[in-house]
Design a protein around this ligand. Structure first.
Ligand code: KE4
Length: 408
């Protein structure tokens, strides 16, 4: 396996050392193959919002497994999960399950082009929407971690219709619409950017995008693979009161099993085969085991909405400790999502995120890891709370952060 991993961000490329190999996890804790225990703030990059091995989810999956794993045919479960998602995110009037966030974003772009008959799309520097060719330009996450502009092997012909703008930069977006106007099929954005470290939308930015896409009959796509069911049941769409035309989901809706989704306005989603002419398919899409895990997860989120507030309060306690330990650094937080940049800030886009001191980040990461705190192994990723973090976990984490500030 290239680099010994099945996804580059796991390789500790930016933070040095050998990645830890996880043997098992339970609640908010990870246990590695060498017998070390960690408080987990990666949570598999978002899916494990209930904590690992949540008993109700495990039991539901165990039972479902006895009825067979996958049929390649419609099932009640995919409809049950779809109903839960529609109840939480009313902008999703029609949806399609896929197996990853990459597939969700790739397919949303395709259906937006099929619906509008237009070619160009706009993406924002530092945003990551999975690894489909046309979106691997100035992408965030592992691409940014490797400080690469994009990926080898991606043909210019695939990327020449991908227009770029800086996050939070209205002027650049206006310029693009002035130049390409009726040629722009879609604008895709992470409504909270979580793949260049955490970068929040400035006040009015998302409203501006909603207005300019509406005026130009361009499809507005919110990539909520991270924010969906993370910022609350309604994700960023609810958090910022914006109705996009299409939404991409992943991670949490599969409860830790492979799952993605794209959906939104009926008039757009009706273009998807077999109803329409936009083709997209998948052997394991909406499979009975992943949908079981998703249902068991979302049901608990519906039942325990108050835990979102608790997660946010825990994130505030941690970010307060970070600000005390590193008064010169920039700490960004939205809801329970946060990250620290070792730079004066403010950090509001790809360029400012890139001013962070990566050597200090590496020392900070290794200091915490050595004391049992597992945070994202890259400056350009973010940290995730779960509903399983105890007060002891949070207090211990803050203690180690404060100690690190004295020593680094
Ligand atoms: P997947 O194909 O990895 O399921 O989802 C792609 C994706 C799409 N959109 C957003 C906003 C995302 O953050 C992601 C994937 N997130 C990264 C972590 N930043 C996944 C971790 C990894 O690549 O291993």
């Amino acid at each position: 396996m290239p680099g010994g991993v099945n996804s580059p961000v796991r390789a500790f490329l930016q933070v040095g050392g050998v990645p830890i190999f996880i043997k098992r996890a339970e609640g908010a804790h990870l246990f590695d193959e060498d017998g070390n225990e960690y408080i987990d703030y990666v949570n598999s990059w978002g899916p494990s919002i209930l904590g690992h091995a949540n008993p109700k989810v495990v039991e539901a999956v165990r039972k479902a497994a006895l009825d067979g794993f996958t049929f390649g045919a419609p099932t009640r479960k995919e409809n049950e999960l779809a109903s839960l998602i529609a109840a939480a995110m009313p902008d999703i009037k029609m949806m399609r399950f896929v197996n990853s966030g990459t597939e969700a974003a790739m397919s949303a772009i395709r259906v937006a082009r099929g619906y509008t008959g237009r070619e160009y799309i706009v993406k924002f520097n530092g945003c990551y929407h999975g690894h489909s060719d046309g979106l691997l330009i100035k992408a965030g996450s592992g691409v940014m971690t490797a400080s690469k502009p994009g990926s080898a092997g991606v043909l210019k012909s695939y990327t020449k219709t991908t227009l770029q703008a800086d996050y939070n930069n209205k002027e650049q977006v206006r310029e693009l619409f002035k130049k390409y106007k009726e040629k722009i099929a879609a604008v895709i954005i992470e409504p909270v950017a979580a793949n260049m470290g955490l970068v929040a939308p400035e006040v009015g930015f998302l409203e501006f995008l909603r207005d300019i896409t509406y005026e130009n009959e361009t499809v507005l796509i919110f990539d909520e693979v991270i924010t969906g069911f993370r910022l609350g049941l309604g994700g960023a769409s609810e958090y910022y009161h914006i109705s996009p035309d299409l939404i991409c989901l992943g991670k949490i809706i599969g409860g830790g099993l492979p799952m993605g989704l794209y959906g939104g306005k009926k008039c757009i989603m009706e273009q998807v085969a077999p109803l329409g002419d936009v083709y997209q398919a998948g052997t394991l899409s909406g499979n009975p085991i992943a949908t079981t895990a998703g249902i068991a997860t979302l049901k608990q989120l519906f039942e325990h909405k108050e835990k979102y507030q608790e997660m946010e309060e825990n994130a505030v306690q941690i970010t307060d400790a970070l600000k005390t330990a590193y008064p010169y650094a920039t700490v960004n937080r939205v809801g329970s999502l946060y990250s620290i940049f070792f730079t004066k800030g403010p950090v509001m886009d790809y360029a400012t995120a890139n001013t962070s001191d990566l050597i200090l980040f590496r020392r900070y990461f290794q200091y915490l890891l050595g004391r049992g705190i597992y945070v994202a192994p890259s400056q350009f990723e973010i940290n995730f709370l779960s509903m399983a973090h105890s007060k002891e976990d949070i207090n211990q984490t803050c203690h180690v952060i404060l100690e690190s500030g004295k020593e680094l």
